[in-house]
Design a protein around this ligand. Structure first.
Ligand SMILES: NC(=O)c1ccc[n+]([C@@H]2O[C@H](COP(=O)([O-])OP(=O)(O)OC[C@H]3O[C@@H](n4cnc5c(N)ncnc54)[C@H](OP(=O)(O)O)[C@@H]3O)[C@@H](O)[C@H]2O)c1
Length: 427
């Protein structure tokens, strides 16, 4: 079974060695050899460099060389970004080739269209590596959870922000120091926006929604808030109240539909997700049959990601033999229904800057009470004589109440709402 690679970067260049290392197991599973034939690179210069470095594959610089090669059955796209990846994948599917990709941005934005094209041409489009790198979460949801109903999904699905938050929580690093170190270690790009603002997690959450809830939501329908606003005061209050702060993607189903959001979240220190540290990823599920379960592992990196890519290739080879290639990666599909905001209930943490004088706390209580929000836990930080920060965890409120409270606080000159984050309860 011949494969073409589009892109020979971090993940792409790891795939050949992984295939070689697993040759014995692959042969036992498939009674067929998998071999890489052509590799698309950007320029002749790059192709020459790679040949010189001893790589034995046929490096090409035009997609036509792959599309017109009838011996190639599987195209593995590992270039990233939207274009030309979208065009090349579409052309490969139209040419009757199955496609494996790890491109979450592309799939979250154009997955439905590409999936239709794959089905029309009776070929496969698989993308296990696009969510949580090495964790086989999509196939697990598609196969093993076929007999179960997921009611809530919580995911730590961005390693960069999790690394930064771990350092901020455990070592007292500032956001700036955490970001600089993440960039130095190669965990964050020079433009970290997608990672720190939760956009990368939004793309992955959109894909998880299809597999866990059978509903397609576009990234623009997923509310997101990033980690740059997290202050030292938030970290201290979280620590003192027994929580850790993580960037969590959540999808929950209520009677009116699903609600999806990526936001900094207070997790009880004893919650299984609180133990997910550094660049590691995890997806935590509440489901009717299984109860609570968590899938943990490396969310990125050459080997973990290439492992998921190779698993997709193996599945395609099997489907090819079974003559079931046209079957969709995910067959669970329901009409998308978005939850009413009044039905989505959560506890929230608020940090509010107040004048550092007596009587202010009572005024704050009155403001919250006016929109029917009651306090569960409060921590007043020592002020500087001028201003003080109060950390509040409220009882459960709806999205509608949250919006009213935000509006109310915005009108108050004395009180400055610094941050509010969702609080997840212990199961
Ligand atoms: N790295 C991870 O841990 C990880 C984890 C999960 C998913 N992914 C996904 O996997 C994909 C690949 O990631 P990566 O980390 O391997 O990226 P990468 O290291 O930047 O590699 C991408 C490669 O594609 C090449 N490329 C880009 N555009 C091209 C074009 N038009 N023609 C030919 N070659 C082109 C680049 O060449 P130049 O260097 O010449 O630009 C580069 O060698 C992305 O979609 C990413 O989101 C990565």
């Amino acid at each position: 079974m011949k494969i073409a690679l589009l892109g020979f970067g971090t993940v792409g260049s790891g795939l050949p060695a992984l295939i070689a290392d697993n040759q014995e197991k692959l042969a036992a599973l498939l009674d067929e050899t998998i071999s890489i034939s052509k590799v698309l690179v950007r320029s002749e210069e790059k192709a020459a460099q790679l040949r010189q470095a001893g790589h034995p594959w046929d490096f090409v610089t035009s997609i036509e060389a792959i599309l017109n090669d009838d011996t190639i059955s599987i195209v593995v796209e590992l270039m990233g970004r939207i274009e030309p990846a979208k065009t090349y994948i579409s052309q490969a599917l139209a040419a009757g080739k199955s496609v494996v990709t790890a491109n979450k941005d592309l799939l979250a934005l154009h997955g439905a269209e590409l999936q239709k094209l794959a089905q029309k041409n009776k070929v496969a489009l698989y993308y296990e590596a696009a969510v949580a790198g090495g964790i086989p979460i999509l196939r697990t949801l598609a196969n093993s959870f076929a007999s179960d109903k997921v009611t809530r999904l919580l995911g730590i699905i961005n390693g960069t922000s999790n690394f930064m938050l771990t350092k901020m929580m455990e070592e007292g690093w500032t956001y700036k120091k955490a970001l600089e170190t993440a960039q130095l270690l190669g965990y964050a790009e020079s433009d970290p926006t997608n990672d720190v603002e939760g956009i990368d997690a939004v793309y992955k959450l959109a894909l998880l929604s299809e597999f866990a809830f059978g509903m397609t939501i576009s990234p623009s329908q997923i509310k997101h808030q990033g980690i740059p606003t997290i202050q030292q005061a938030d970290v201290e209050i979280a620590n003192q109240l027994g929580y850790v702060i993580k960037l969590v993607g959540e999808i929950v189903e209520v009677s009116s539909g699903i609600f999806a959001e990526v936001s900094p979240t207070f997790l009880p220190a004893s919650h299984p997700l609180a133990s997910v540290k550094g660049v590691m990823n995890a997806v935590y599920l509440d489901s009717i049959g299984m109860g609570a379960s968590m899938f943990y592992g490396a969310g990125a990196g050459q080997n973990p990601t290439a492992t998921s890519v190779l698993a997709d290739i193996v599945r395609i080879v099997k489907r090819f033999k079974e003559q079931t290639l046209g079957k969709s990666f995910n067959e669970y599909k329901r009409a998308t229904r978005l939850a009413e905001s009044s039905e989505v209930l959560n506890k929230y943490y608020f940090s509010v800057e107040t004048p550092d004088s007596t009587g202010q706390f009572l005024r704050l209580v009155q403001l919250f009470t006016a929109v029917n929000v009651s306090f569960e836990q409060v921590l007043q930080q020592k002020g500087d004589g001028q201003r003080a920060v109060v950390g509040i965890i409220c009882h459960k409120i709806s999205q509608t109440q949250l919006a009213s409270l935000e509006t109310k606080l915005a009108k108050e000159d004395d009180f400055n709402l610094l941050n509010y984050f969702k609080v997840v309860e212990e199961n």
